[in-house]
Design a protein around this ligand. Structure first.
Ligand SMILES: Cc1cc2nc3c(=O)[nH]c(=O)nc-3n(C[C@H](O)[C@H](O)[C@H](O)COP(=O)(O)OP(=O)(O)OC[C@H]3O[C@@H](n4cnc5c(N)ncnc54)[C@H](O)[C@@H]3O)c2cc1C
Ligand SMILES: Cc1cc2nc3c(=O)[nH]c(=O)nc-3n(C[C@H](O)[C@H](O)[C@H](O)COP(=O)(O)O)c2cc1C
Length: 463
């Protein structure tokens, strides 16, 4: 090798190390900024009772609204304590005077994952009196689901049955309906004695460009799945996001109704990567957003999107834990974000001891549906992934899914969890997530699984 080449190689390695250092510094300062936002809400005067602002959120909307609520009250001089419902006990509620609660609904009228333990334990307590508690409740939901605002309603009924008093009638929000949110703000202003609450608007959509699109599964028995890479237009800076976050995409054929997609990359990749499957409607026509993204839009076209924090599926306190990553189909997107996130973070720190990762991924046929196979094989060879289970349902006579692979490896799942592993599940709610949840319950026990969820060691991005 010539001296020039050696110098060039050294410079490249140095630049890369510097870049990773900058990213890791940015990550830590983002974490500190988020913590400062919450710390700033603690009551300034000891002895003055704080109002609780609680949230039960799956994909972050209730959490974001709770933060905005808490900040608005704080600005109006009201001491507040912001917490997920999972961190609030019956005793907290019995000692509190005011509770403002924002709760979404998941599955089929179910609580979000992080609130399952609250629903099963606190809400199952008989005979508790909450007669000192004054409650305002904002229930988030979507009227296209059969059980609209199911959990928000159940929570409200439970609070009222136990003597809590409503500060105002429960507000139900259908798909971020601005009129309902405006009513919530008006009540807050009234309660805090101010007309001057700052405006809340969803972060604006930005113009991005579709850089490239690759069809990943030609010949598949399933609908086409595409890898998309998107970048902001005009060299605008990439926004900050973390592995586990989502984008909301608004396509020209569905203005005002953005769709969520899990981000399959990290900012170090320099672009937002998505894994999108064309869905078909009952009449056989392509879904509005997925049809546009996988067919109508062409590389070079612009796309309106915003990046959305998904606190419930981020790495959080699990950065140095072993990870069991379970998913199917386009669920590989959220898992890939975590794999790339862990690898990028480890490359920024010399001599980092990297906790192992185990991927269990299900699709139909190995010959065409093993998305990102080359990349996953390389990570396994390089030791980032200590185990990979590809589970193809249609490559043998008997249908086989990730839940079967989990059950067959029950002893190892227990061992990993015993060594502190966190479990991340991404993909179909119907068919996969429920069956995986059942398998995990059988392996670990129902209570242990609930505890893992409450500790943030069982996280899901399922849809
Ligand atoms: C948190 C989250 C993460 C997600 N991540 C991903 C991802 O990484 N990759 C991915 O491919 N998808 C993902 N999705 C799904 C995605 O958001 C879209 O729902 C999906 O692409 C379908 O949208 P569409 O506009 O193409 O379909 P739509 O046109 O909305 O139709 C979708 C389906 O909804 C039903 N439907 C909708 N409207 C009607 C109607 N008017 N009449 C009858 N039936 C109707 C039909 O059953 C149809 O099959 C995610 C969803 C969530 C909530
Ligand atoms: C997979 C899935 C299941 C849902 N189930 C329901 C439901 O049964 N009833 C309802 O009113 N809304 C349902 N919703 C809508 C959410 O409650 C709504 O989008 C809410 O704003 C999400 O808030 P979050 O981000 O805080 O979790 C569901 C959404 C998804 C993605």
């Amino acid at each position: 090798m010539t001296p020039e080449k050696i110098l060039y190689a050294l410079a490249t390695v140095l630049c890369y190390a510097l870049m990773c250092g900058v990213f890791s510094w940015q990550y830590r300062s983002r974490q500190r900024a988020a913590q400062r936002r919450v710390d700033a809400l603690l009551p300034a005067t000891p002895g003055v009772p704080a109002w609780w602002v609680a949230y039960a959120s799956q994909t972050g909307q209730a959490e974001e609204l709770a933060l905005q609520t808490a900040q608005a009250l704080h600005t109006a001089g009201v001491p507040v304590r912001l917490a997920p419902l999972s961190q609030i006990s019956l005793a907290d509620l019995q000692q509190a005077d005011r509770l403002l609660c924002i709760a979404s609904t998941y599955g089929e009228g179910d609580p979000p994952d992080s609130a399952v333990a609250f629903a099963r334990q606190v809400m199952a307590t008989a005979g508790a009196s909450l007669s000192h508690l004054h409650v305002g409740l904002l229930a988030l939901g979507d009227k296209t689901y059969a059980n609209f605002c199911g959990f928000g309603r159940a929570l409200d009924h439970w609070l009222m049955e136990h003597g809590a008093q409503a500060l105002f009638e429960r507000i139900e929000v259908d798909k971020s309906d601005p009129e309902a949110l405006q009513r919530w703000r008006q009540h807050l202003g009234h309660l805090a004695g101010t007309n001057d609450l700052p405006d809340w608007e969803a972060p604006a959509l930005q113009t991005w460009r579709l850089q490239l699109r690759t069809h990943l599964n030609p010949g598949s028995a399933g609908e086409p799945v595409h890898h998309l890479a998107l970048e902001p237009v005009d060299d605008a800076a990439l926004p900050d996001w973390q592995a586990g976050d989502l984008v909301q995409v608004e396509v020209p054929t569905a203005l005002g109704e953005p769709r969520d997609y899990s981000i399959a990359s990290v900012p170090q990749d320099g672009a937002v990567h998505l894994l999108v499957r064309r869905t078909l409607r009952a009449d056989g026509s392509p879904g509005v957003a997925s049809g546009w993204l996988t067919h109508d839009a062409q590389p070079g076209d612009t796309v309106m999107l915003r990046v959305r924090a998904h606190g419930g599926f981020r790495i959080g306190d699990n950065a140095s834990r072993p990870l069991i990553l379970i998913g199917n189909g386009t669920g590989l997107a959220g898992l890939r974000g975590h794999m790339r996130g862990r690898i990028a973070a480890a490359q920024g720190v010399s001599d980092a001891a990297v906790a192992p990762m185990w991927l269990l991924f299900g699709e139909r046929n190995a010959h065409c549906d093993a998305h990102y196979r080359g990349e996953v094989d390389a990570w396994q060879r390089e030791g980032w992934l200590s185990r990979v289970d590809w589970v193809f349902s249609r490559d043998q006579a008997e249908r086989r899914y990730v839940q079967h692979a989990l059950a067959e490896s029950a002893a190892q799942v227990k061992e990993w969890v015993g060594q502190g592993a966190a479990i991340y599940v991404c993909g179909s709610l119907e068919g996969m997530a429920g069956a995986v949840n059942d398998a995990l319950q059988t392996i670990l026990g129902e209570e242990a699984l609930q505890e893992l969820a409450a500790e943030g060691r069982y996280r899901r991005d399922v849809y």
